[in-house]
Ligand binder design. Structure first.
Ligand code: EPU
Length: 351
């Protein structure tokens, strides 16, 4: 028995929001065996289990969590040519830096995203025209149904926009222990996104390093880079998903505006509309405050903890925004972060 189980551990420091009450039990696993040990502990005491990665996409309730929070700290990057086998507890941005430094492409636009590698397949992390589904070769998991370790090929993960089996149909079944990335030696860098194209306008083919540095700069400008006590960064990144709507609905909205409504194509007959734009049109602005909760001064989609905010303060602001957008556009914004204990629908793992 090597795992240490601690009691009443405050979860706030483990989240980028810096919000949340205590975990009744807390442990940190550095191997697949330790994960199994932790699941045994929870099962034998009939405790709900929650898997914590980087805490960058998480809002923990003020009451905390009555079960076992297992912090995944499996480390290691093994490289065989273009294949990178990365422990779930590795810091995502450090992995991007490592790959780009060796001139391997495929994740350069995902620089500066907070969180750990294990979280990336769960919500199919994406930014600036790239998403992890494009480069994941396999996801190694512990299957809690059979207690076996398995390597799931990408087709089995059913990736789509901010979605996979891990956060939808099979939620609570698998614990990610490692992600295998198949990258491309020598690029070329992926330049699909407007902000990035503008940044490199006129320049000849930028290198992978130049693109990842540009992404970090753009993220920093938008307060979407975790940095040095900056209150705009006490957030969970984008708080809402960008809604996908049908063409007819989109043209009805567009008809009400003189200027063009921003959108991205989202498959035949569908458009993705930036939630940030909808939120602004519904009357909110960067820097908006509702008590200690607020909207980032640099990006309307990031709800922030202005200082000593409780989860309930963030949820009150969420409710205000969702209601206003729904009133004006008949679109119900869906939150992007995971809620732990704060909602009836908890993301606990089934044992
Ligand atoms: N916009 C505003 N106000 C703002 C910011 C943006 O109106 O303050 C509108 C503009 O029309 C802008 C458009 O929203 O052109 C898109 O903005 P941005 O490029 O910043 O991207 P986003 O759609 O808001 C998504 C992801 C981010 C990702 C960026 C860059 C989602 C929910 N969010 O944001 O991911 O970094 O694209 O690719 O898909 C995250 O998931 O936590 C996240 C940060």
């Amino acid at each position: 028995m090597s795992l240490q189980f601690c009691e009443y551990v405050s979860l706030a420091p483990y989240t980028t929001f810096k919000i949340g009450g205590p975990a009744r039990w807390f442990a940190e696993a550095t191997s697949e065996d330790e994960i199994l040990e932790a699941t045994d502990f929870a099962r034998s005491r009939n405790l709900p289990l929650f898997i914590l990665g980087g805490g960058s996409n998480l809002l923990v309730s003020d009451e905390g969590f009555p079960g076992l929070v297992l912090h995944i700290a499996l480390r290691g990057i093994e490289q065989a040519y273009h294949l990178f086998r990365v422990g779930a507890g590795e810091n995502w941005d450090e992995f991007v830096t490592y790959a780009v430094a060796q001139n391997y492409g495929g994740v350069e636009c995902l620089a500066g995203i907070p969180g750990t590698v294990g979280g990336t397949p769960v919500q199919n992390v994406g930014a600036y025209g790239q998403e992890v589904a494009e480069t994941i070769a396999a996801v190694r998991v512990l299957d809690l149904n059979s207690l076996e370790v398995k390597d799931l090929p990408p087709a089995k993960c059913k990736f789509s926009y901010r979605r996979s089996i891990f956060n939808s149909t099979q939620r609570g079944r698998y614990i990610v222990t490692r992600v295998d990335y198949a990258l491309r030696k020598d690029g070329p860098a992926h330049l699909a996104y407007l902000d990035l194209k503008k940044h490199f306008a006129g320049a000849s083919e930028p290198s992978l390093g130049e693109v990842s540095s540009a992404v970090r700069r753009i993220r920093h400008q938008k307060g979407m880079l975790i940095a040095d006590g900056d209150p705009d960064c006490r957030s969970a990144g984008s708080f809402f998903k960008n809604p996908i709507i049908g063409a007819e609905r989109f043209s009805r909205i567009a008809a009400k505006f003189v200027a063009a409504v921003p959108s991205y194509p989202a498959g035949e007959g569908f458009f993705k509309v930036p939630a940030a734009w909808l939120v602004e049109q519904a009357g909110f602005h960067k820097g908006y405050a509702l008590g200690p909760a607020g909207i980032s001064s640099r990006h309307t989609l990031a709800l922030i903890n202005r200082g000593n905010a409780k989860a309930t303060d963030i949820l009150a602001l969420r409710d205000q925004i969702v209601a206003a957008v729904e009133r004006q556009f008949r679109i119900r914004l869906e939150p992007e972060p995971v809620f732990l204990g704060a909602e009836t629908l908890g993301p606990e793992f089934k044992l």
